[in-house]
Design a protein around this ligand. Structure first.
Ligand code: 1GP
Length: 272
């Protein structure tokens, strides 16, 4: 659901410190379970939902998941509006597409991280998927958040499929150049990605290098599972921390709630 003061303002706002995104891969569970997971994640403190991940999920599955989550959010907003002590805005959480390509789109989303995989060696991820997707997004009328996407070692599936020239923890100068380039292109956000399920998160030195470009909203994900890892990324300058796997492999909603609460606490404990 769109926040009252608009999607872009909401994403770029820094007044609440480092916030948490729950990434849901619609190919990995039914729309119903995805919705339960999204609602539980928001109860635990997530402030945005990303829908995406797998490279081969068709539009139909992506759309069903987006629609189901949006309907559940509407119900929560309605229930809160009937309860004088409840805060409706808690449920005005944007649902953004985080697509692997032009095949994973839905008009039910509030927006999209419209990305250039800046360190891809393939023209497909630099411009071609975007060319295929843009006319659909224009028709849907959903807001694009111009986002540079950088994949770091180990990179996982996205590094492989995206043919990324993987960045390493020592590439701090290069990361800064990418961040400056992103800013000069007019991108609002830069997503630093280690790959889903990565054994090591993006190094704090690289996050700090990107942070030198103050204007960019820094989104950091891949391999973050603990409070301490979230704190490290936030201290280094992340504005948003994304987790996906920790939601997928939680045994039940209670475990999911406690895992996300921990990461949210870590992200918020940063003084920067
Ligand atoms: C992947 O950065 C995200 O795009 C999330 O990674 O699954 O390791 O949390 P994890």
């Amino acid at each position: 659901m769109l926040p009252d003061f608009g999607l872009m303002n909401y994403i770029l706002d820094r007044s609440e410190g480092c916030r948490h995104v729950t990434l849901i891969d619609p190919g990995k569970q039914s729309a119903e379970i995805a919705t339960q997971r999204a609602i539980t994640a928001i109860e635990a403190g997530s402030k945005m939902i990303f829908i995406g991940g797998s490279t081969d999920t068709p539009n139909k599955i992506v759309h069903e998941t987006c629609k189901s989550i949006q309907e559940a959010l509407e119900l929560q907003i309605f229930a809160s509006s009937q309860d004088p002590i409840s805060d409706e805005s808690k449920w005005k959480i944007p649902v953004l597409l985080f697509p692997g390509g032009a095949h994973a789109l839905s008009p039910a989303a509030d927006g999209i991280t419209f990305m250039m995989l800046m360190n891809s060696q393939s023209r497909r991820f630099l411009i071609e998927e975007q060319l295929r997707g843009a006319p659909h997004l224009y028709k849907f009328g959903i807001e694009a958040v111009p986002t540079g996407y950088l994949v770091f070692s180990p990179g996982g599936k996205v590094g492989e499929v995206g043919e990324a020239d993987l960045l390493n923890s020592t590439d701090t100068e290069l990361v800064k150049s990418y961040a400056l380039t992103a800013q000069m292109y007019g991108f609002k956000a830069l997503y630093l990605e280690a790959g889903s399920g990565a054994e090591t998160q993006v190094s704090p030195s690289c996050i700090s290098s990107a942070r030198e470009v103050q204007e960019l909203c820094l989104i950091v994900g891949g391999g973050i599972r603990s409070k301490e890892q979230a704190r490290i990324a936030a201290e280094a300058g992340a504005n948003w921390i994304v987790t996906g796997t920790l939601t997928e492999d939680a045994a039940d909603m209670q475990e999911l709630h406690s895992r996300i609460s921990e990461v949210v606490t870590g992200a918020q404990s940063s003084s920067s």
